[in-house]
Design a protein around this ligand. Structure first.
Ligand code: NDP
Length: 264
């Protein structure tokens, strides 16, 4: 049986899609001590209405943080805001969920240029890199605070970074997946996110911080499109139960929402 997630949890890209559902299920499924930092680039806009409704449904449990993952200043400001609220507490879990896919699907080579490559890389790779780097002290503190009795055991309850990746980042699986979705910028950015995951796993393992990449499945969101077989509800149920059971052996791996390993 997997244990519930708990502690201070931060999720990016939470005004819609998988991110919004992550905040919803985390609010439902975590205990009273848990707090969720729901990041979103335009918290006051009409596109964040559903997220604002969630915060009133779970009073005191969710804090909305303004964060644009493509802007370094916005990332430092968000980190400062979270640090202020956490005080001498710690951050147990960072879920890098926000991402873009440009140009719009089917995104063939002919329609893809330098700007798409750069923009997608900035949001999907550089953003998660900077965010994890800036939150490292708070994640380290979380791992240290939970060291009693847990030895060197890693978990999402203790201290972890989850990078939301995709099946189509897999280099080995490219011959099977390329025809369905070319998406040069998106695929290459997520393959880079996988390498970032592996590097962070190596770098942070001495601190007992778990770092794992998770593929959410093909999900009916703005990005996934209407033919996608999974609802956000189903995907996030899988993601959260997979996350609850992660341990040392999963650090530096790419898993799907059901916990199966995907080859790099
Ligand atoms: P959506 O397109 O539905 O949502 C993307 C979210 O990311 C939105 O909240 C969006 O906010 C946010 N976002 C985009 N750019 C930025 C930015 N610069 N700063 C802050 N937030 C930003 O996507 P999904 O929910 O489907 O995808 C979530 C994750 O799952 C992504 O990492 C995606 O790559 C991955 N994934 C999804 C699959 C699917 O089938 N849906 C399959 C495999 C992986 P805004 O409203 O402001 O644009």
């Amino acid at each position: 049986m997997s244990m519930k997630l708990e502690g201070n949890i931060l999720v990016t890209g939470t005004n819609r899609g998988i991110g919004l559902e992550l905040v919803k299920q985390l609010a439902e499924r975590t205990g009273g001590e848990a707090h969720i930092y729901a990041c979103c680039r335009a918290p006051d806009g009409t596109r964040a209405e559903a997220l604002r409704d969630l915060t009133t449904q779970y009073p005191g449990k969710i804090t909305i943080i303004k964060l644009d993952m493509s802007e370094e200043d916005s990332i430092s400001a968000a980190v400062r805001a979270v640090k202020e609220q956490i005080g001498d507490g710690s951050l147990n879990l960072v879920i890098n969920n926000a991402a873009i896919n440009k140009p719009q699907t089917p995104a063939p080579l002919s329609a893809t240029g330098k700007e798409d490559m750069m923009e997608v890389y900035e949001t999907n790779v550089v953003g998660p890199f900077l965010l994890a780097k800036m939150f490292l002290p708070l994640l380290q503190r979380a791992a240290e605070m939970k060291s009693t009795g847990e030895g060197d055991k890693m978990s999402c309850r203790r201290s972890a970074i989850i990078n939301i990746s995709t099946l189509i980042s897999s280099i080995e699986k490219c011959p099977e997946t390329f025809a369905i979705a070319q998406m040069y910028p998106y695929r290459t950015s997520k393959a880079a996110l996988n390498m970032l995951t592996r590097c962070q796993a190596e770098d942070f393992k001495s601190h007992n911080i778990l770092v794992t990449a998770i593929h959410p499945g093909w999900v009916r969101t703005q990005m996934g499109g209407e033919q996608a077989p999974l609802t956000p509800l189903e995907s996030v149920q899988g993601i959260l139960s997979t996350m609850s059971s992660l341990s040392n052996k999963d650090c530096g791996m790419l898993l799907d929402w059901q916990g199966n390993t995907i080859p790099w």
